[in-house]
Design a protein around this ligand. Structure first.
Ligand SMILES: NC(=O)c1ccc[n+]([C@@H]2O[C@H](COP(=O)([O-])OP(=O)(O)OC[C@H]3O[C@@H](n4cnc5c(N)ncnc54)[C@H](O)[C@@H]3O)[C@@H](O)[C@H]2O)c1
Length: 305
């Protein structure tokens, strides 16, 4: 089949593109290499395929003849208050609206990468999809806006959209701003790690290969208009994850405690009953195994000249 992957040089998009190519699909990979983090890392992520450099917030996206678009391009990160808000509006809302326009015009299915951040401090845990969305970061607000654009385009222009709410994704190539990537980097370099809050904040950490499998399943067999949580099976605190990484690496982390950062939620916990029932997907990777893979990947990079 012929697919477009947006955000293909990013952390998750590059794994998705690698997986689709390994399954012998035709893939047009798109990314504009934003400088949110070092674009050289994105060049490495996308080493195995060509990337078309399009800015989806400005350039035309022609989708005739494709079987689907995986729309992962966006501005991630919950530290989204202040002057950076413009980037969130442009790279999430504006870019996504334009992708939905093109997809609706060409009758092409879109799988959209949304986020557990739309729940904010959720009304219940584990959180099912029908819990009230109440984001506490501008990032989460723009992602919720994108979800609502998907519904509006579905209603008025028959857009065929599937929305996936990813819960904290980790593994090799994880974005360097994310907490586990910073822990791994600090362990590998013998540097200190700044922990925001008391470390008892918890997440449904989700291994990237599991996220890729859910994303492809969403394209292949989700009903039109479906909305799913994509979350790892087990909730862990930051302290648990740090302890696991210390065990895996055989090193001790030098932790510097900092106050909780604005936009961070205390807890995420995915109820994944719906995606299990409807798509037969469930996270397969234990946290210790996923962190082992991330550690091995990162420690080789740090050791490289
Ligand atoms: N990593 C997570 O834990 C997580 C959790 C929930 C949701 N998500 C969402 O999943 C998607 C992928 O996340 P990631 O962690 O791989 O982030 P990432 O930053 O590594 O990848 C996103 C990519 O999109 C590209 N991009 C941004 N704006 C663009 C534009 N206007 N045109 C073309 N390309 C553009 C960036 O250059 C980047 O390479 C994002 O939409 C993110 O919000 C990620």
């Amino acid at each position: 089949m012929r697919f477009v992957v947006t955000g293909a040089a990013g952390f998750i998009g590059s794994h998705l593109t690698d997986a689709l190519l390994a399954q012998d699909h035709d893939v047009v990979a798109i990314d504009c290499f934003t400088d949110y983090y070092d674009p050289a890392l994105k060049e490495d992520n996308a080493a195995a395929f060509d990337v078309a450099r399009l800015d989806l917030a400005a350039d035309e996206l022609a989708l005739d003849g494709f079987d689907g678009v995986f729309h992962l391009a966006g501005q991630p990160g919950v530290r989204s208050f202040g002057a950076v808000f413009d980037d969130y509006v442009r790279r999430n809302l504006v870019a996504t609206q334009r992708v939905f326009e093109s997809a609706a015009r060409s009758g092409v299915r879109v799988v959209f990468a949304s986020s557990s951040s739309v729940y904010g401090d959720a009304e219940r845990y584990p959180t099912p999809e029908d819990a009230r969305a109440s984001p506490v970061s501008p990032y989460g607000i723009t992602k919720l806006g994108c979800e609502q654009l998907a519904s509006a385009y579905a209603k008025s222009f028959r857009l065929e959209a599937v929305v996936l709410r990813y819960f904290t994704v980790y593994g090799p190539r994880q974005r360097p701003d994310m907490a586990l990537a910073r822990v791994v980097d600090a362990l590998a370099r013998g540097a200190s790690f700044e922990l925001y809050g008391d470390g008892l904040q918890s997440r449904s950490f989700t291994y990237v290969a599991d996220v890729v499998a859910a994303t492809i399943a969403g394209m292949e067999r989700a009903p039109v208009g479906a909305l799913y949580n994509v979350g790892g099976g087990v909730e862990a605190t930051m302290r648990d994850a740090i302890a696991t990484l210390e065990r895996v690496s055989g090193r001790t982390l030098d932790v510097v405690e900092k106050p909780t950062a604005a936009g961070d939620v205390r807890r995420t916990a995915a109820d994944t009953g719906r995606i299990e029932r409807e798509l037969g997907w469930r996270a397969q990777t234990a946290l210790a195994d996923g962190l082992q893979a991330q550690w091995e990947w990162a420690s080789v990079r740090v050791a490289a000249p």
